[in-house]
Design a binder for this molecule. Structure first.
Ligand code: LMR
Length: 409
């Protein structure tokens, strides 16, 4: 082997150490390596059917076929992406408000919901480099890396009270009350990740009051619309804020509700104070995208636009989303029931009150380690479980494993 000299091009990457696995994606890798035939994956947040598969919804598949059969070119879609997609996905999120706010909206198609969050962070950093984004404690494991990597400063606000498994609302409000004008508050639109604990309408109202009074800017992450209750109810908090606040940032993902995970379809939008500001923001969004990846991919957004613009496909898709939610609610009851049957002295009803795919088990790190390494039931280190990974077939195995580690800890 030729000798290396410091500063040599051949040594350019020699000082890089192997990084630890991603807290969520690493679970998928560990699960795949495990050869236990009864292993269970409650890790990454993807919907699963009773066979453990993550299906492409029928309406989405039909839309995809239509898109492919009608496509005549692969020419670039343009910096803002598919404009029909942007308009329709915002109409889905904002409902009846969308036409009223139209002139004040600057929207851009993004590389999934993550791309939307990053676009928002980059825009904030460009427009207000000293702004601080306040994220919930806890929050999705990738929020802080993804937003913070833009250079924007981050802080946490209290959100979850483990003893009651509910929102630490007084502490949350107290934190917001102390923020300076212009501080940005990242809120999960619905199905809070990782706690499953959402604000109720009266709490959204109270949050809107503080944001308005203190001049704070909401940044809503809407990654699970339709997975909590239904497509409209899940957007009610967002719509309330969009109605009342002069400025709002919004990140939308089509990964979960459209099942378009690998297509990376999403959107970022700012509802700006006025139309002139929105027009300026649109140019900055386009420039940020151009400098990072030039233009978004077409396929996923074209499929979602098709579903949203065809009344028959839309109805079929909305029914499929409703069926997914019904199944997740049923799985929450199923697991709570099986755990309760094993430990009638403990209350597991919180599982049935929480929303979306996730809940926190609330076990110590050693117990979570034992679940993964000894019981072959996989989840991220914070003890977040994806309820969609539970099934009629594995629920007893999961309940046994949880109760075993509970009794040891
Ligand atoms: C999750 O929270 O598991 C999903 O949003 C997937 C991801 O990228 O982390």
């Amino acid at each position: 082997m030729p000798a290396r000299r410091a500063g040599d091009a051949s040594d350019m990457f020699g000082n890089l150490e192997i990084l630890p696995p991603d807290p969520i994606l690493g679970v998928t890798a560990a699960f795949r390596r495990d050869t236990d035939p009864d292993k269970v994956d409650l890790g990454v947040g993807v919907y699963r059917d009773e066979y453990g598969n993550t299906p492409v919804p029928g309406a989405v598949r039909a839309a995809e076929q239509a898109v492919l059969s009608e496509q005549t070119t692969k020419v670039y879609v343009g910096p803002a992406g598919n404009l029909e997609f942007n308009e329709r996905i915002l109409a889905l999120a904002l409902g009846p408000l969308a036409p009223q706010l139209k002139e004040r909206i600057a929207a851009i198609q993004t590389v999934g919901g993550c791309g939307a969050l990053r676009m928002g962070a980059e825009l904030l950093h460009a427009a207000a480099p000293d702004a601080v984004v306040h994220v919930s404690d806890p929050t999705w494991a990738n929020h802080e890396p993804l937003l913070g990597n833009s250079g924007i400063a981050l802080q946490r606000y209290p959100y979850y009270e483990p003893s009651t498994r509910s929102v630490a609302f007084d502490q949350m409000l107290g934190h917001l009350e102390r923020l300076p004008p212009g501080a940005v508050v990242l809120l999960h639109g619905c199905c809070h990740n990782p706690t499953g604990v959402d604000l109720v309408p009266a709490q959204w109202d109270a949050v809107a009051d503080v944001l308005e009074r203190r001049g704070l800017v909401p940044f809503v992450d809407l990654a699970y619309q339709g997975f909590g209750d239904d497509l409209d109810t899940d957007a009610a908090g967002l719509r309330l804020l969009a109605r009342r606040l002069p400025t709002l940032l919004l990140a939308i993902s089509c990964s979960k509700n459209f099942g378009l995970y690998r297509e990376r379809a999403g959107a970022f939008a700012v509802v700006a104070e006025n139309a002139a500001t929105a027009r300026a923001i649109a140019t900055h969004q386009a420039r940020i995208g151009r400098r990072m990846y030039s233009m978004p991919p077409d396929h996923g957004a074209a499929i979602a636009a098709r579903v949203l613009s065809d009344a028959t496909l839309y109805r079929a898709w909305a029914d499929e989303v409703a069926a997914m939610v019904a199944r997740m609610k049923q799985l929450r009851s199923l697991l709570a029931g099986r755990l309760g049957a094993r430990r009638p002295d403990l209350d597991f009803s919180w599982l049935t009150r929480q929303k979306g795919m996730f809940s926190l088990l609330g076990l110590a790190p050693a117990a979570i380690g034992a679940l993964c390494n000894e019981e072959h039931v996989y989840m991220p280190p914070d003890g977040r479980i994806n309820l969609a990974g539970v099934s009629d077939t594995n629920v007893d195995r999961v309940a046994d494993a949880i109760v075993r580690v509970l009794e040891r800890s």
